[in-house]
Design a protein. Sequence first.
Length: 400
Amino acid sequence: MDKSTAAFVCVLLMGVVFSGATGGERDKVVIEEGFIANSFSPFAHAPTIVETRKSQRLVVAWFGGSREGENDVSIWVNHKDKDSSTWSKPYELDDGDGRPCWNAILVQPSKGPLLAYYKIGGSVPDWQGYVRTSEDEGLNWSARLQLPESSADVHKKTHGRFLGPTKNKPLELPNGSLLCGSSTEEGNWRVHMELAGPGDYVNKFELLGQLDGEAIQPTFIVHSHDYRMIQTICRHHTPGAVARPLTAKSYDMGRTWERLSNLKLDGVSPSGLDAITMTNLNSDKKRWHVLAYAKGDDQQRLAVAVSSDGDNWNEVLPELEYIGEHSEMEYPSLIQSQDRLVHLVLAWGHSSKIKHLILDPWVLTGERREGLITADVNGDGVANFLDFAMVLETISGPAN
């Protein structure tokens, strides 16, 4: 091959994006990061994030005030439009009429308005479930709406009403209904599933029953295209100790579940976690599941693990967030946006701030970007002009 042909080959290579890192390297995984609620209030906790369906606006909500459980704790919201570099000023969604607010969960169904589920009550056992809806992607919201009544025994602990999702997003099923992972903490910790919709996610709720085992705050990953096989991962019931999260699988879209058992992942704190199943990056046959969680008994680190089967997990980022002792990093919330990037929000630094990070899913999983080739010829972890020069020298000989 002559040098002109070789140069042409190099030009083609230069037009290709290369996949170098295989996860575990924070600076390569994190595309963007910054604070949403920065010195906004003394306490800001349990954030949730969603991307709106039409404009791809990012909307984040959390509960904040002077301290968890105080009467001045409200639900707060802000947003960032697509391609904008700044977040809006936080605004109050609900003040609880002088009662503490808790655990907002934002949901954007494939049809219908944006939803904000949340709780109001003096303490966790006193929670009652509410929802507000937005027809303009989070700019304006409906009045507070209480979730419907229920005569089921599990709802005797929630004032005879459905509670809705406890911390993490519902899973939208193929028929448009929302599988809501709910839980109660009065006495033993117990997980139960509620089904909202389809169509009406305020008044149309169905109880699917409790899971066998002690856990709270379930999240979901998906194992089959038809959503018949799904998996829940839950916060374990071992207060003040490090233990494995609990997990169970369902083979009928969440109506019945196996008994909760230990997930094969060590060092997870007894604090909030969240998981997602990413849409296929390169293959219709491979799924990637991502789990974010507080690590260690002091919750000072936020970690991320990935799995292709939901059973075996690789902790690729043991310290996605860590700033030193006595600074808890916890209660993450995950989504994958329409551009396939992963967004994560968390309660940062003892719930003093809300932080937002954007993660590269290809680097996180070690996958090659679709239609691209790897050309890290010299093995230094990146593909650059040194590699192109080596390719040129190999196929055309050293320069005179």
